[in-house]
Design a binder for this molecule. Sequence first.
Ligand SMILES: [Zn+2]
Length: 587
Amino acid sequence: MLPRSIPRLSKVWIPSGGFAVPGIEDAHSKLVRAGFLRQSHAGIFHMLPLGKRVQDKVERLVAKHMEESLAASRVSLSSISSEALWERSGRLQNIAPELFRFPDRKGSAYLLSPTHEEEITNLVAQTVRSYKDLPLRLYQITRKFRDELRPRHGLLRGREFTMKDLYTFDTDLTSALDTYEKVRAAYSRIFNDMKLPVLAAKASSGDMGGDLSHEYHLPSPFGEDSVITCGSCDYTINEEIATTRVAHEICQADHVGVWRAITKDRSTLVNVWYPTRTIRTDTGQVREYTNSDINIYAIKPLVPDLDAAVSDATEFWAAATEGPDATAKRLVNLFDSRLPPSFSGSLKGSASLPMWPDTVKTGASTLHVQCHASSTNGEKPLNFLRIRKGDNCPQCSSGTLNVQKAMELGHTFHLGTRYSQPLGAKISLPPPSSSETKPSTGDSGTSKTVSMQMGCHGIGISRVIGAVAEHLADDKGLNWPVAIAPYTCIVVFAEDNYNDAVEVYKRILNGFGGQDERLDIILDDRQKSLPWKLKDADLIGAPVIVILGREWRIARRVEVQCRRLNINEVIDVNNLPSFIAELHLRL
Ligand SMILES: [Zn+2]
């Protein structure tokens, strides 16, 4: 059945933003110029009709998989949360600088939620009591707020953004891990539907808590994260927790560098000693390293309070060790395992490098000296340098590692009882059957209560839009996958061909059976020249463009363009529906 009215671009508000600025234009500028969105404040955006269409499609696709693959129920939690609740989970202070906080008229402290673990756990704690109510899977697609210090790259790092967050509640660890695997599988289907080559990388749990997590990354030279993959096995991991099987490398004592660091409270000074030049014994390859190769994440486990924002702490050291207000109490020396064993010994007693014996007198205080060097007695080697392409895979015997820049689109966390325990989300377990021994707590026949096993799983809807735009854009404009394109096919024609364009539109639609959800076709009937419309169709990034041009007048044939597949063909109007249908399957 045909829709009652023909979809036409003249009926859609598309404030195009004029010409491209010379030089490299990023995808965010293209989104603004093509009329998808506008910035309202730093890191905060208005979605315009084209952007809203893309967002609606991403949301529908994600929602479909939450419900069909995971039987999750959709909720919409309040955007406003209370500081009191965040105090109870113990997260308020950690995350405070990124929160938008405000008092109500009575002075009670509230915040705009950056995420909803606290609220949903509180909600479930009040309503679910028995193992019979689990598993429970609740998701929402709502706006989140985070006062980023430096919002950048448009939708990729905004201060207000839309996210899908799924929270899972299970009775025990086994069922929680089973749920976790099901979520991972659903994520893989979502990204497949968008035809995106997303990598699922093992990740650190960071502030979230819990002990199992994955990040879902779209490889891109514009990405802010690095994902490490092995060329021979399935090792895929975030740079923060990546390791390498350290190769046999020769480093001479005169090729040693030091990176000076300091803790946030300025009480601990840190020397990270590393080789500046090594020679691999197996390949003879020479590698040079500088301070910019230091891997902060390898140092944090040894010095948890490290101030990662300070790239050279030399000046801070002076302030921390001199004058009556000196704060330094400890000096930590860290030795990369590639350094010759004699190196740490050679520093002992060196006048220029005062770090021995166990205490050091400075201008104002006495420092306690502590050293970390991995020895040969089975300890893990200390590797303070970032993984490089060609390093050995730690998981298989023959593979070497690749380093890929990537943009994070989603994250899955197994949380365990990180939130259910402090917020009191408990369930009663079934009473033990008669064949079992007495329960360990309570009287016989009384059921035991335990904290629920939780998981939380996000997909950044706004991020997906920004990242896909970045990933697929070329110098002509945006370039959407069929699954989330604002329109999958634009019919472009000269002004006097309107009736013919309607005929072509009807033919394509009928060829799709009139109701295929993949096809989302629109006519560009705006009062503009044909070349202007063609340029704009490229900029908007419809996957398929159908043109009624010269060939139409001569032989009623249309031109079909598809930049991503490098297709530009003249097609007889009778063959058009099957041709368009086939393209929609490929994009
Ligand atoms: Zn491997």
